[in-house]
Design a protein around this ligand. Structure first.
Ligand code: FES
Ligand SMILES: [Fe+2]
Length: 406
């Protein structure tokens, strides 16, 4: 099944194509992408306002790793691998506050908030152990606009550098002041993580796939992308009222009531994306960070926390309610569209079609994948069990053995 003609599509015509279908349902490739693309990239954990007091913490669960960030007694925010140095228990779950120390729920080893191993029950039963050697493993961390990101394999450009071209666009929305709205949405989609990323990287599908956005917004289908794979597009509320009441009310109320924002920003929705798997959606009333994490070859986890500037006015609450209704619908639409693609990619005879100029950010994403995992340029999957070795040999051939995606 799923046999494909073993020819490079670029030999057929000069149009830009997406990745071969097999790359969207191959478990060995998903493992490789996790190591070579996800781990060396910035991943969102939480907002700094979730870490106001010493001991406040938040965690991020990735495919097989977990990271914790916490504020120390000295006021510093630090990130660590969320795994005990004794027998490997996960230390913390979700977000919250730990009093003074991080205590392992298994045998009670406890770590100070700066990561040092502070206490070991029955310490005398570990003759020769030097506690200084068993602190939590630190993880690279950076905060941008109040958003806390980690990078498990360090190195590469900083977030400040990656967002440099676009950061001024986001400033009027005062992301640093925001607070979380409820718990993050976390759900599983039945598609490869790259299907959901591809979908998030283009607005070409908006007029057909998201009728609500089309009714209420003028959407920039092209957007801009910089050399670091950070892209942005702007959607502006239409003057013409939508026939749907939720959309019409949002169109009317946002410019009228969000007077703490400059006039232009009361009407402008900003959609950022950052390779390989992050979306930052900024609305006049709130924002969300959209994170697409591989789970298995044909499933991914969508992590979707929402934040807003503190505003208890009734109108602000109504706007957030309307936004949530509108964007949950868009989320369902994206899920359905992505899952339909996943099922179609398995069709016999499917070969990747041409990509539009509107899909240029997908091309950039795929180019980065090809650099990190050149095995994805093959039109057929390598024999079972050989993908990692084939990829390593291809990296050696191209002299880019240490290439990272981002
Ligand atoms: S695994 Fe953490 S104390 Fe034993
Ligand atoms: Fe979409």
């Amino acid at each position: 099944m799923n046999e494909q003609t073993p020819i490079a599509l670029t030999e057929v015509d000069s149009m830009t194509r997406g990745l071969p279908a097999w790359t969207y349902f191959n478990q060995e490739l998903t493992e490789l992408e996790y190591q070579r693309v996800i781990l060396p990239s910035w991943q969102f954990v939480c907002h700094v306002n979730q870490l106001k007091q010493p001991g406040d913490f938040a965690t991020l669960d990735l495919m097989r790793d977990s990271v914790l960030v916490t504020r120390g007694k000295d006021g510093e925010i630090r990130a660590f691998m969320n795994v005990c140095r004794h027998r490997g228990s996960k230390l913390l779950d979700g977000a919250g506050s730990c009093k003074g120390r991080i205590r392992c729920p298994y045998h009670g080893w406890s770590y100070s908030l700066d990561g040092r191993l502070a206490a070991v029950p029955s310490e005398q039963t570990f003759p020769g152990m030097k506690k200084a050697e068993f602190g939590l493993k630190p993880v690279e961390m950076e905060v941008i606009l109040g958003l806390v990101f980690v990078r498990l394999v360090p190195g590469g450009p900083s977030l400040a550098e990656m967002f440099k071209d676009f950061i001024e666009m986001a400033r009027p929305y005062r992301l640093e002041e925001m607070e979380p709205v409820d718990q993050p949405w976390i759900e599983t989609w039945n598609c490869n993580w790259k299907v959901a990323v591809d979908n998030n990287l283009e607005n070409y599908h908006v007029p057909v796939g998201h009728p609500g956005y089309h009714r209420m917004l003028d959407n920039d289908l092209l957007g801009e992308i910089n050399s670091h794979g950070v892209a942005v597009s702007e959607s502006v509320l239409k003057d013409r009222p939508s026939p749907v009441w939720t959309e019409r009310l949002y169109q009317k109320m946002a410019p009228q009531f969000l007077t703490d924002l400059p006039e232009k920003n009361r009407r402008t929705w900003l959609f950022f994306s950052m390779v390989p798997n992050i979306g930052i959606d900024i609305y006049p009333d709130s924002m969300d960070v959209f994170q697409i994490l591989p789970k298995s070859a044909e499933t991914c986890v969508m992590r979707y926390p929402v934040f807003c500037r503190p505003d208890d006015r009734r109108e602000a609450k109504v706007l957030r309610y309307l936004n949530a209704r509108i964007n949950r619908q868009v989320g369902y639409e994206d899920q359905e569209l992505s899952e339909r693609v996943q099922s179609g990619l398995r069709s016999n005879g499917y070969q990747p079609g041409p990509l539009s100029d509107y899909e240029h950010a997908i091309v950039d994403f795929h180019d980065r994948l090809r650099a990190a995992c050149p095995v994805v340029t093959l039109t057929q999957a390598p024999a079972h069990g050989s993908l990692s070795a084939v990829n390593a040999a291809m990296l050696t051939d191209t002299g880019s053995g240490d290439a990272a995606a981002a």
